[in-house]
Design a binder for this molecule. Sequence first.
Ligand code: C2E
Ligand code: MG
Ligand code: MG
Length: 614
Amino acid sequence: MNQQKSYVFLQKQILLLLILSLVPGLAYIGLGWMSGVVMPALVWYSLNVLVSLWGWQLYKRYQLEQMDRAEIKSWYQKLTIFYYIIFGLWTVIFLLYAGEVESKLHYIAIFTQLGASVVASALLISERKLFIPVLWILMLPLIVYFALIGEWYGYILSLFSMIYLGVLLYASNNSNKMMQKNYYYAQHDALTNLYNRRYFSDFMDQLIKRIKVSKKYAYILLIDLDHFKTINDSLGHDVGDKLLQAVAKRIGNFCKETHTVARLGGDEFVIVSPEYKNEMLCMEIRESFTEKLLAILKEPYVIDKHHLYISASIGVNKLTSASEDASQFMKEADIAMYEAKSNGRDGIILFNKGLATRAERYLEIERNLYFALEHEEIKLHYQPQFDREERIIGCEVLVRWENSELGSVTPIEFIVIAEKTGLIIELGNYILEEAFKTLQDWDDKGIVLEQFSINISVRQFFHSSFLADVEHLCEKYLNKNTRKKIIFEVTETLLIEDIGKIVAIMEKLKYLGISLSMDDFGTGYSSLGYLREMPIDELKIDRSFVGHLGKEASDELMITTILSMAKIFDLKVVAEGVETEEQFNFLVENGCDIFQGFYFSKVLTKEAFEKKVS
Ligand code: C2E
Ligand code: MG
Ligand code: MG
């Protein structure tokens, strides 16, 4: 049985046992007085009272919320001794009265002993360590007593007593096993045998209450495996399950008895440390513990002949007497874990208040973003692109969001959130539609651009309806001529998917007349291999390289390399983030074709752009 539950059960039995000892105990003094053994009976009863007082203290002292593991263990040891002694005292009364044959006290002694064994097997059922020895303490004297009578009926009674002891032990054992099993399944996760969410949440409630009183410290680790879903999806749930079991086993072996480990569901695990008096010590131990744990989790797994490598994102939170309720505390650990995920996974983040503020802003953005389209808060802006002669030849569409509550939110912030929530599909479609309308409108007005770039996010690119939506919008708003001006800017993060799938989508876009540009080039994988495979028309040198021109030699080298690579693959190159004349000159000298940046123009509204070109 779960220990705490078993302890609560045993604690409750103390009171019952005290009543059963002290009240009938009085009758035994009377019986002793009648049979001339009052003094031993009085001594026995006094002992009984003393032991009962101790039992009462133990009953009062057990306060789960305030006791840590070590204290509970020591309490339990005392409780065990108390139970042995109090039942032992009933064997003493048996030994005292069993010899009183003439006054017939021996009948009472025998009955008492049988009664005490029934009481013991009923009250101590939750702990084998208790009821087995106590039943022996009670029944063995009876078995011996009957055998010592030396008559045939004595031997039979002795044999019966043995059988009776056997039955009691067998029945108690069975009930105990069933109890254990029920409790075990109610509190453990069937796949990994770790504690489950239900147990964990009870445990946390108690821990928080306890730490409020004890003013101690503890830390918890919330562990989420990285890319577990990919393994599950690609190798099947069987392998996924075995991997979870292997991970659970590693965590369990590493944590030993000192930590509490639970699986909260899926690939999420939680570890709670022991309680420490010293905050510094707690945090030092946490640091080395977490790092070692992550290293152990990352060692390769061999499952059904697959060699699997998996890392984890770990959110850590420190529990102090100031900690709020369990759900708030876990939410904070969750925020830290998500931060570890968004920092590129495979890492450890300790929760802090700054994270909470960011998480709140994240939620606010998420909440408001749902209504942003409806409230017409999303606007398209345009940044002109220039050729070597500084003539406008095109533009990039950049989205802007003004919200009454949040002010202006940059796309860097909200596009990621839109991607995570899936809103990017609706938002992306809106941007495409507005952008297409603008391009056609300008073309009709005689504002003739060579190219018109629109950013496409990864999730949008791979969405099942993307191609159909693009085709539909092309037909609705663009003619054959304007279609050819459209460039979709994608980033190297596309490579999370299979190259074959990427190329297939790109080919279909090209079939519609749309060109492709690799945005932020140089910041990601930048492998020659994929440049050859993908039907890309243009590279955009990331603005971070352009910004460092003249400061970092390595960035100059990066730019010249990109430009010569582009020549080999026959690609146009756009330099973004051009802010100075020096940068522009350097780029021109090295053969760059198109330029975009604050040196030429900032990002403009539709009207401002129209004014600028006319
Ligand atoms: P990006 O596609 O690389 O866009 C270029 C970013 O550089 C824009 O930031 C632009 O305002 C900024 N920029 C332009 N010239 C200069 C300059 O001279 N110096 C500096 N320091 N920056 C310059 P913005 O508008 O904040 O957009 C940030 C990112 O958000 C974009 O990076 C793009 O990845 C994403 N984004 C913007 N609009 C959209 C959109 O409509 N759809 C999608 N999916 N993503 C978008
Ligand atoms: Mg872009
Ligand atoms: Mg860019």
